[in-house]
Design a protein around this ligand. Structure first.
Ligand SMILES: NC(=O)c1ccc[n+]([C@@H]2O[C@H](COP(=O)([O-])OP(=O)(O)OC[C@H]3O[C@@H](n4cnc5c(N)ncnc54)[C@H](OP(=O)(O)O)[C@@H]3O)[C@@H](O)[C@H]2O)c1
Length: 342
């Protein structure tokens, strides 16, 4: 038997904390460090910050001390859950790789980084290979509902004409940072202005999921289209965090479409608003037709933590470099050219 898997959590918001809390229950895992910039977390015990209700004897450090900490504790894996955009988290990834750590992150744009950040993706890939480690972006979405799940469901199809995934969820049940970034209680004008300026994002990753799924299936996408519009409340509503007057934003409808030969090949619809029914549905039109539905809805935050935790063993076995869910899964259909494998 080998040594314990040493894990450091970098970014201890709701997601990083949840990953830490569930990782603590896993055999053979040792939480060796925590990094954040929030003064409310820095200096506290990691066990307290992730909500274990007991001390782990490990203090959360500020990001400026991250490199020193990582050199001292030598994590096998850094769980990175600080942010969405790869250009912002790039220095954090480089820091982790430089000490020989593998990186698994919930950054949405890292799920298929060649779409939005091809140069950074190449740099990370080369640097990770040089240090013999792997870097993976995953989560519930991107990472599962819009990409890995339909890929796995497609395994029993010999022809596919179109894939349509619908994710419908009640925004009132989600964490504060989720409700805030979806613009709850804003006017529709404010929502549109803040989405345009990047002040709020709502969902990020429609295009990444399109490209990831197409890449797994061996299909070349000609064009990707993505967008989001506000859902407006027709009556007063409230969540644990927001009071929403009629006419104000109660959620979003977002979409991502991948075209092949001028026709929709992949289509995603995300409905996330207060009071909305929770469900996920995948329809694959092909031979044979496939329809899958989860009437409970794939849970958001726990599913993200689960994806991070469950992918760690696969990450450790994957080839070095910048990888995607394509490299750690997967039964799926393959629609590309079989010559690629000869
Ligand atoms: N792929 C998926 O399915 C999926 C699912 C859920 C979440 N996500 C993404 O995962 C990320 C984490 O989610 P979350 O809800 O926990 O986000 P969050 O509430 O923004 O928490 C992020 C934490 O990281 C800290 N932080 C920010 N910059 C940092 C830095 N440079 N160094 C160290 N710590 C830093 C933040 O501190 P401050 O609060 O002081 O800024 C905060 O404590 C987000 O980008 C989210 O969009 C992806």
């Amino acid at each position: 038997m080998g040594e314990n898997l040493r894990v450091l959590i970098y970014g201890l918001g709701p997601i990083g904390a949840l990953v830490g809390k569930y990782l603590d229950r896993k055999a053979g895992v040792e939480l060796v460090g925590g990094v954040d910039i929030d003064p409310a977390k820095v200096g506290k015990d990691l066990g307290e910050v992730v909500g274990l209700g007991r001390s782990l004897g490990v203090k959360v450090v500020h990001e400026r001390d991250a490199l020193t900490l990582m050199k001292a504790v030598k994590p096998h894996v850094v769980v990175l859950s600080t942010g969405t955009y790869l250009d912002k988290i790039y220095p954090q990834i480089v820091r982790a790789i430089s000490v020989g750590a593998n990186v698994i992150s919930t950054s949405e744009t890292l799920a298929y980084p060649w779409y939005r950040y091809p140069e950074l993706a190449t740099l990370i890939d080369e640097y990770a290979k040089k240090h013999n480690v792997r870097v993976l972006g995953t989560g519930v979405n991107p990472g599962y509902v819009f990409d890995t799940l339909p890929a796995v469901l497609s395994s029993v199809a010999v022809e596919i004409n179109r894939i349509h995934v619908v994710r419908s969820l009640d925004a009132a049940k989600r964490r504060y940072s989720f409700q805030k970034k979806y613009g709850l209680s804003m006017t529709p004008e404010e929502f549109k202005a803040k989405i345009s300026s990047g002040e709020i994002t709502a969902h990020v990753g429609y295009a990444e999921s399109v490209m990831l799924l197409a890449c797994i299936l061996g299909v070349k996408i000609d064009k990707v289209d993505e967008g989001q519009e506000p859902v407006v409340a027709d009556k007063y509503m409230e969540t644990q965090y927001f009071k929403i007057e009629p006419g104000r934003v109660s959620g979003i409808h977002g979409w991502g479409v991948g075209y092949v030969g001028g026709k929709e090949f992949i289509r995603y619809d995300l409905y996330a608003s207060v009071g909305r029914q929770d469900y996920d549905e995948v329809v694959i039109e092909g031979e044979p037709n496939i329809r899958w539905r989860n009437d409970l809805g794939v849970s958001g935050d726990i599913a993200t933590a689960a994806m991070v935790i469950n992918m760690i063993p696969r990450l450790m076995k994957a080839p070095p470099g910048l990888i995607t869910m394509k490299d750690v899964m997967t039964p799926s259909a393959f629609l590309g050219d079989f010559k690629w494998f000869t």
